[in-house]
Ligand binder design. Structure first.
Ligand SMILES: [Zn+2]
Length: 365
């Protein structure tokens, strides 16, 4: 944790103590008048940076939303510190993507005060309003494959054997739902409903609904923007190859085939020659133009495969597990889309994309 962060968090906890004391005092002295502003102000904790961005965009500006985890931290690997546990305990509500993304939430998701908004909490979008894109090949059948990811065999045990900084085994269901903006809208619905339950005043509930409307509209605009950018990519180039299974929802929503290298290689045997040659064949067969790196510098695995296949690595990384160091939920979608579109031979209108990101940013200050 940076010094700034540390000072900031201690400031926050200090502030909370004084708010609490003043609440007690006012409750005692003015018990009739304390149902106003004080009582309405809530203390929320959002676990993942992405969740925090979503909650802040919908919650009333008067509510306190604490982001539990730093953007640098990979949430798959999170170990909850005693200090973080204290924040979780104190919160009026805790928002999280759930254990599929953040296994450390195992013991917390059972609590009544925890709200899960990830893959287990929403009906995954079936792209019914994308019917005109059927030429991209996302059929109902293909989508059904989403429901059983168990055949990929990533188990906790295998994870331990891996030598290539691979913390990306999310056993079971694929949690990377937010790569489809329609799924983010559904996640936002969960948040909005939950926040409204905490607010007795009709006027404030309405304010939350209005914030959700802007949220919804921005994501619909993002969706349309992505469709437009992707349409500039020659159809034979629409393949996203990356290290781990994270871009399937994106692929399904916008018409890409996705290949995740770890699924091919098996998580414990990445260097077995027969597996390597299986991957190399697949990449050749699919006429793959580029391998997208998920981290900077690229992982050893991805570097090796790029060398052996003579397929170049993307010059920028894509951010598959959450937010970038700067910006918000829209920023990362725009960055990923432009990286994909530009690398695969299309052309990306970044300016319009980043305008959407700043619309979102105005919700979130
Ligand atoms: Zn992941």
């Amino acid at each position: 944790m940076s010094i700034f962060k540390r000072i900031f968090s201690s400031y926050i906890s200090h502030k909370k103590v004084s708010i609490r004391n003043s609440l007690i005092a006012s409750a005692a002295l003015f018990s009739i008048n304390t149902n106003g502003a004080f009582a309405a102000s809530k203390n929320y904790v959002a676990v993942e940076p992405l969740t925090c961005d979503i909650v802040k965009s919908i919650a009333l500006p008067s509510d306190e939303v604490i982001c539990l985890v730093d953007r640098k931290q990979d949430v798959h690997d999170l170990k909850i510190s005693p200090k973080q546990a204290r924040l979780l305990k104190k919160a009026d509500k805790v928002f999280t993507l759930g254990t599929e993304m953040t296994p450390a939430m195992r013991n917390w998701v059972k609590r009544n005060s925890t709200v899960v908004l990830g893959v287990s909490a929403i009906d995954i979008d079936d792209h019914s309003d994308h019917d005109d894109h059927d030429d991209h090949g996302h059929s109902a059948k293909k989508h059904d494959d989403h429901d059983d990811h168990d055949d990929h065999g990533h188990s906790a045990k295998k994870h331990d054997d891996h030598d290539d900084h691979d913390h990306h085994d999310h056993g079971g269901v694929d949690p990377h739902v937010w790569h489809d903006p329609h799924n983010i809208i559904k996640m936002g619905e969960v948040v909005s409903k939950s926040l409204k339950k905490d607010v007795p005043e009709r006027k404030l509930r309405k304010a939350i609904s209005n914030r959700f409307k802007t949220f919804d509209k921005t994501l619909e605009d993002l969706d349309k923007w992505i469709v437009k950018q992707v349409s500039t990519i020659p159809s034979s180039n629409r393949v996203i190859v990356s290290k781990h299974k994270a871009m399937d929802y994106y692929g399904d929503a916008f018409g890409f085939e996705t290949i995740s290298l770890l699924d091919f290689l098996g998580h414990s045997s990445s260097l077995r020659p027969q597996n390597i040659s299986k991957v190399l064949n697949e990449l050749k067969e699919e006429n793959v133009k580029v391998i997208f790196k998920e981290q900077e510098p690229a992982s050893k695995l991805v570097n090796n495969l790029s060398k052996q296949s003579s397929i170049p690595l993307s010059s920028n990384q894509i951010f598959v597990d959450g937010l970038m160091m700067e910006g918000n939920t829209i920023t990362v979608a725009v960055h990923n889309t432009c990286t994909i579109v530009n690398e695969l031979g299309g052309s990306c209108d970044e300016t319009t994309g980043f305008d959407l990101a700043s619309n979102w940013g105005s919700l979130n200050q």
